[in-house]
Write a protein that binds this ligand. Sequence first.
Ligand SMILES: Cc1cc2nc3c(=O)[nH]c(=O)nc-3n(C[C@H](O)[C@H](O)[C@H](O)COP(=O)(O)OP(=O)(O)OC[C@H]3O[C@@H](n4cnc5c(N)ncnc54)[C@H](O)[C@@H]3O)c2cc1C
Length: 236
Amino acid sequence: MVQTAFETRFVRKIPRVADIVSFQFERPEDFDYKPGQWMVVTLPDSSLAHHFTLSSSPSESFLEITTRLRDSEFKKALTELPVDAMIEAEGPFGSFFLPPSPGKVAFLTGGIGITAPRSILRHLIDTRAADGPDRLVLLFANRSDRSIPFEAELKEMTAEFPQLEVIHVISRPSSTWEGRNGHIDAALLQEELGNLRSWNYYLSGPPSLVTSLGQILAGQGVERQAITSEQYLGYE
Ligand SMILES: Cc1cc2nc3c(=O)[nH]c(=O)nc-3n(C[C@H](O)[C@H](O)[C@H](O)COP(=O)(O)OP(=O)(O)OC[C@H]3O[C@@H](n4cnc5c(N)ncnc54)[C@H](O)[C@@H]3O)c2cc1C
């Protein structure tokens, strides 16, 4: 994949849930990327740069990043970015993408870590890839069942893509939640996936989550080569 630095126009923002918002930009004709890769974004009149996984898929006509808005200098500037403003971007970077015919794939992610799986799933569905996974499970951890980013789209995806199963794991569920409670741990993984050594794992999200998931998998005898991770540095 050729890396380029380019300018692109801010087109629209889409509130997702709670403080999570997507920002869409024009996609330059010559900018290509693999689903799951990231780019560096620099805002106008600022030397501040942040890394963002593209939550869009290469099968879509725009570039999208999705983030949790917080009280940082960068996020304030991003929130105030006017439509039509030009930003600088550089990419694509990273190796968080599926190889051809990846066998059985389990995405283990939490909160904002959904950006990479969302890109990859959208791409698999849009392209109907013949060399996609045999099975695909997304284990998605969130604090509340009332603020799951991309929840409706993930549900639609399971209807469109029979190999896909989405399992939400909620640490502080509401009284009406009927799905899984707690955290992604070894017992839950075994229950949902069976023989843990027969899967390939893709871990994405805040570093603390990715590290602890990696330790759980290692503790279950999963080999290093079966694990691909992307840590969203900048989050706890
Ligand atoms: C490969 C990659 C992919 C990412 N994808 C996403 C994404 O899809 N969505 C998303 O919201 N965020 C993503 N991030 C994190 C993002 O770049 C920001 O760091 C994060 O959103 C926090 O920004 P902030 O402005 O809220 O906090 P800030 O105030 O900017 O940062 C909080 C703290 O983290 C430190 N920090 C910030 N960035 C880095 C870094 N790259 N390396 C080491 N320390 C750092 C700062 O110095 C500060 O101490 C990704 C990061 C990486 C490295």
